[in-house]
Every structure is written in structure tokens, then in C-alpha cells.
Write a protein of this length. Structure first.
Length: 219
């Protein structure tokens, strides 16, 4: 049985597009790049900031750090725009009651993830919140490595839950399967092509599948 569940943050626990997208748009406007909408920013929710700014907006390497600093300045002012997805709180309660250990595995700044969870009363459901700290663990694979070491956790004991291919690939590096969620920012095609073992459409369906299969998510 896989009794430890690693939850992605953006697109899995929280709808972060208004905050993440708003901060990126603000950063781009400071750089003289205008005309972007929140929908244009959907692809930026999930990957590390370095990846988004380089791949999607073609900033040169020597400008990336300034972009990140501007983004974080703006993002900090928008933390109240994060909203837990409908059904997530009930799902966390149900999984805890069923004996599962819950962990947050995010590439966003850990201090911000902790603040948002605490402000909305969700931190109590998690045994560990792991994210980026002082520029460390910016990749999902690095975050998961930290979790496995911190909890002395074996790959056969864990299940990753996320909405993007970065979650699937980060977990797969350690032989951990991923359950894809379809209420976030990735598609079924993206998740299945990356190797997700199953996909669910609602938090309730997620709970039912995990508890029915003992976290293996294979019928």
C-alpha cells in the first residue's frame, strides 16, 4: 500500500492562476511587454520560474534572476488571490481519516506555500510541506528527493498527485507513480503521455480511487 501522498500545490490544491499569472503579467509589463492575459499564463503554472521565463518568454540567462525577483515582489502582494479548489478540504479530511500521510511537494517558495496553507486552515492536514528554500529545490525532482530523505520514505510507499507533466516526471525519477488530476492546468493527454497511472476529474473521485486501491490507483 502507498500510504504517503505527495500533493503538488499549484493546480492541485489551489487555483493559483490569478496570483501566479497576475505577477508574471506585471513582471512582463515592467519589461515593456504588454498585451498578455491570464489565459496566456496557464502554461506557466507548474514549471519552475526559470523554465517559464526562458522557454515561454525567451529571456536571456543573464536577465532571468532579475525577472524572478520582480515576479516575487509582485506575487507576494497577490497571495490573497489563491483559492483552494472545491472539494479539496473535504478530500484532505477524508484521506487523513483513512490513515494516509499527506505531504506537500511544490517547486514554489516553501514559505509562501506554508503561509497560504496556514491562512486557509489547511496546514493541519499535512505532515510535511516541502518547497523551494533560498534557491534550493527549485525542480520537482529535488523536492521529492528531499521528502524521501526527510521521511525515510521508500518509493513503494508513496504516490504523487499532480496536474502537470512536471509532477509525473519528477516522481518517475524515483520510481514513484503519479495520479493525475484534471481540475488543474494540465490535460489528460499531457498527463497520460508523461506516464500518469490514472487520472481523476474531481477531488471526490480522487479519494474514492485512492482508498479503494490502497494508493496503488490500479483497478
Amino acid at each position: 500500500m502507498r500510504k504517503t501522498l505527495l500533493f503538488d500545490f499549484d493546480g492541485t490544491l489551489f487555483d493559483s492562476l490569478p496570483a501566479v499569472g497576475g505577477a508574471i503579467i506585471g513582471m512582463l509589463e515592467r519589461c515593456g511587454r504588454t498585451g498578455y492575459t491570464l489565459e496566456d499564463m496557464r502554461k506557466c503554472v507548474g514549471p519552475p520560474l526559470e523554465h517559464s521565463f526562458s522557454k515561454f518568454f525567451c529571456f536571456p540567462d543573464d536577465e532571468i534572476q532579475n525577472c524572478i525577483e520582480t515576479y516575487r515582489e509582485l506575487h507576494f502582494k497577490l497571495l490573497d488571490r489563491y483559492t483552494p479548489y472545491d472539494g479539496i478540504v473535504d478530500a484532505l479530511k477524508a484521506l487523513r481519516s483513512a490513515g494516509y500521510r499527506l505531504v506537500v511537494a511544490t517547486s514554489k517558495w516553501e514559505i509562501n506555500a506554508r503561509k497560504m496553507l496556514a491562512d486557509r486552515g489547511l496546514e493541519q492536514y499535512f505532515d510535511l510541506v516541502a518547497g523551494s528554500v533560498d534557491g534550493l529545490r527549485s525542480e520537482k525532482m529535488e523536492v521529492i528527493a528531499y521528502i524521501l530523505d526527510e521521511l525515510k520514505l521508500g518509493k513503494s510507499e508513496a504516490l504523487m498527485i499532480g496536474d502537470r507533466l512536471y509532477d509525473v516526471e519528477g516522481a518517475a525519477a524515483f520510481g514513484i507513480p503519479t495520479l493525475g488530476v484534471l481540475w488543474g492546468f494540465g490535460s489528460r493527454e499531457e498527463l497520460e503521455n508523461a506516464g500518469a497511472i490514472a487520472c481523476v476529474e474531481t477531488p471526490r473521485e480522487m479519494v474514492e480511487l485512492i482508498t479503494r486501491t490502497g494508493g496503488d490507483c490500479l483497478e
